[in-house]
Design a protein around this ligand. Structure first.
Ligand SMILES: *Cc1c(COP(=O)(O)O)cnc(C)c1O
Length: 228
């Protein structure tokens, strides 16, 4: 496998170029190394290369890795589908949850958060592309869902998350990211308490440059960065 430092250097270069094309400052973009496919050895290598934000999609696997690495410098992002009965496994160890997509989960998170005396940072996952295989709230239901989350309380919505269809076709990917940004603006305009979606979690190995051009603040990159 190619050294992570080399992958990182190449990806950083591409992010810088994509940022320059649209007049963005690349330092405002957070790279999350998606480590769900790799073990702790490779994660140690990622740490040595300077990566400190890790994304995992299974609570159990992540817990084991957290215990082995136990490095306070790491910020953990939960990026997978979250079952309500797994909430206790992700709070408080994950600093960010990228997959808030239904009110039953919001209720579960809020309850556990209250018990712990914390307010978790969540991204609302939006199924912009409408693919049946994807999780996420429908774009037409986002604003009413956000009001529900506000009413449930004890949750801070820091951003929106989406996944583009698995394709190389820019003409399919770009409108998905652009729509998420429009939805972000609609939600910001509502000005709901604790609903401050200033972040956009979008862009993976195949499409992160398009995501940067469309305003992503958090890139979730696995294969191209740490391999699989
Ligand atoms: C696996 C995964 C990624 C990373 O995918 P790559 O194509 O390997 O970069 C990003 N986001 C989510 C939600 C994932 O499940």
């Amino acid at each position: 496998m190619r050294p992570i430092a080399e992958n990182l250097q190449e990806i950083k270069g591409r992010i810088a170029q994509a940022s320059a094309r649209v007049g963005r400052n690349p330092t405002e973009i957070q790279m999350i190394a998606v480590t769900k496919y790799v073990g702790v050895e490779r994660m140690r290598e990622a740490l040595s290369a300077g990566l400190t934000h890790f994304g995992e999609s299974r609570a159990k696997d992540a817990k084991a890795k957290m215990e082995e690495l136990s490095d306070p410098a790491i910020t953990w992002h939960f990026i997978g589908h979250l079952q309500t009965n797994k909430v206790k496994e992700v709070l408080p160890s994950f600093a960010f949850i990228h997959s808030l997509d239904r009110s039953s989960l919001a209720v579960g998170l809020a309850k556990e958060a209250e018990r712990l005396g914390i307010i978790p940072n969540c991204f609302i996952q939006v199924n912009v592309s409408g693919e049946e295989s994807k999780f996420g709230i429908g774009p037409d239901k986002l604003l009413s869902f956000a009001r529900q989350v506000r009413d449930i309380g004890n949750i801070r919505v820091v951003g929106l998350m989406t996944m583009a269809p698995n394709t190389r076709e820019e003409g399919i990917i770009r409108p998905v990211f652009r729509r998420l940004r429009e939805l972000q603006q609609e939600l910001l305009d509502l000005g709901l308490e604790r609903i401050s979606p200033h972040f956009l979690s979008m862009g993976m190995s195949n499409d992160y440059e398009i995501a940067v051009e469309e305003g992503a603040t958090h890139l979730r990159i696995g294969t191209a960065l740490v391999g699989r």
